[in-house]
Ligand binder design. Structure first.
Ligand SMILES: O=C(O)COP(=O)(O)O
Ligand SMILES: [Mg+2]
Length: 235
């Protein structure tokens, strides 16, 4: 039962926007620049959610270990995640910012749900592990920016979800205590950060949770859409 909710904090990737296509496009353009083979969407889906550095490092480690890459000349074998990370991050930012939103789609019920929450005069913040510049561009491209009084990214605080710091910082910015803020997310990162911050959490059933069933993560409410969430808050 959710009572005394005065503010809502909403995750971005996997909760509001299905961004796997954007990740796939930006990563594969980056890998092509580095003469590495393309990555599969399934690997991205299992890996996304802990921010860009984690995603890039995990993808580089996976691609460098492929037999067709380890079988290359000594020069190529000298390449490591550490030596490739910085150029990969530079190319990734370049590509991501150019395609941001082009290969992604807003999930059904998001606009209707946000509109209802806004009509209930609940202040809303977007809190994502995505870099802030990517998040702001995506919200704008998808016409979702007008719903949020605050937007925080994975580089807005010293630590990312599942650490509670970003939730605590967002609550402070919104002027509410964690018990009054409802976090809405799609993964264990949102769930664990919320629990550690002392903030109730609703999880959507359709996002990315590192290949694990999301209902196994701690939650106070499980919903199939943001519209259902808004309906549950009014009833
Ligand atoms: O890891 C990411 O970039 C996506 O993160 P999010 O699910 O917190 O929006
Ligand atoms: Mg997410």
């Amino acid at each position: 039962m959710l009572v005394g909710i005065k503010a809502v904090i909403v995750d971005l990737d996997g909760t509001m926007v299905d961004t796997l296509g954007d990740f796939e496009e930006a990563l594969n353009r980056t890998l092509a620049d580095l003469d590495l083979p393309p990555v599969t969407r399934a690997l991205i889906e299992r890996t996304v959610g802990k921010g860009s550095e984690h995603l890039i490092r995990s993808v580089l480690a996976h691609q460098l270990a492929l037999p067709e890459v380890t079988g290359l000349s000594n020069v190529c074998q000298a390449r490591s995640v550490d030596t490739l990370y910085e150029p990969a991050w530079q190319r990734y930012q370049h590509h991501y910012l150019r395609i941001n939103g082009e290969f992604s789609a807003v999930y059904p019920g998001v606009v209707e749900g946000l509109a209802r929450l806004k009509a209930m005069q609940l202040p809303m913040a977007c809190l994502t592990n995505k870099p802030l510049a990517f998040a702001q561009g995506l919200l704008k491209a998808k016409f979702l920016d007008g719903y949020f009084g605050w937007v925080f990214g994975g580089d807005s605080f010293e630590r990312k979800k599942p650490d509670p710091m970003p939730i605590l910082g967002t609550c402070a910015a919104m002027g509410v205590v964690p018990a009054q803020a409802l976090m809405v997310g799609d993964s264990q990162n949102d769930a664990l950060a919320s629990r550690a911050a002392g903030c109730p959490v609703a999880l959507v059933t359709y996002g990315y949770n590192h290949g694990q069933p999301v209902d196994q993560a701690p939650h106070d409410l499980l919903v199939d859409s943001l519209l259902e969430l808004a309906e549950r808050l009014t009833s």
